[in-house]
Design a binder for this molecule. Sequence first.
Ligand code: SAM
Ligand code: SF4
Length: 326
Amino acid sequence: MKDQFGRAIDYLRISVTDRCNLRCIYCMPQEGIRWVPHSDVLSYEEITALVRIFASLGVRRLRLTGGEPLVRDALPDLVAALHAVPGIEEINLTTNGILFSPMAGTLKAAGIHGINFSLDTLSPETFARITRTDRFSDARGAIDRALELGFDRVKVNCIPIRGVNDGEIAAIAGLAKDMPLEVRFIEMMPIGCGKNYTPVTMEEVCRSLESVYGPAASCRIRLGNGPASYVTFPGFRGHVGFIGAMTHTFCSQCNRVRLTSEGYLKLCLHYSTGIDLRAPLRRGDGEEALRETIRAAIARKPDQHHFAGSSGEDAVEQHNMNAIGG
Ligand code: SAM
Ligand code: SF4
């Protein structure tokens, strides 16, 4: 399935819930959150029905995200159902890792290929400051568990925050020195609570890494489906990636669309542009009608985000990231 700019859309990110067991300062406020009513959240059957249609249009890879996907009951049941959809080749998960370890074997058996863990610090105190909880050891332990079980790809996503964890950049990258995984630094985006922070640029991150590990060697290998560019350092078992959403746009290669927990098909992270798929699904529109609705929506995918400047005519996203899925 191609959009109007000729980009092939083969990747769907599905937010299975807006709920979360953490309250990361750049993602959600501590209180006063307006949750999506349970009756508005797509059931597993509804998600699977939509994925069947997306797969018939050429989507091959899925990512389950949230909120925190593992707080939703029986997530492995959804994974197994999606794994059985013809055409779906890969299902990955983005998680804060808190609930991961006891479920890891079941998730793998159900068909999860790769895991992205979000971990912004190696210090329990800083973890408490960022997430407003004391669950550091569960989050850190999840990474070891995923490696033990041999998931295809294990990545650690870190958002450097000025004055909070930016002194730990080299230490966090050091996870890829000691373990066969990718550590990816992601520039803070001005979405929801993220607007309260000034991003640490990827140039700054790269400079602090080179001051500790020496010159970065850029790698040409493709590590996954995303916008990260990767480097490695002498003696590293894994790689270090940079996702510079603000200072570099990767929109010309964008291969993805997003489905929110309410069944809204979101075409670009920056904009609320998209279409509700829940209403037509619930009123019983057939597969062919839904396929046409999705095809028409994707044709309208914006050419690029404008985080760094004027946002054009479309409505800029006002939700917090937990409602979008990252
Ligand atoms: N709860 C899961 C987790 O944290 O991995 C999945 C959902 S979370 C919204 C997905 C990703 O979005 C996380 O890696 C998080 O760090 C990132 N994120 C949240 N707010 C952000 C912001 N303002 N800018 C950039 N990334 C953000
Ligand atoms: Fe929850 Fe993930 Fe947002 Fe943190 S980044 S509050 S873990 S949804």
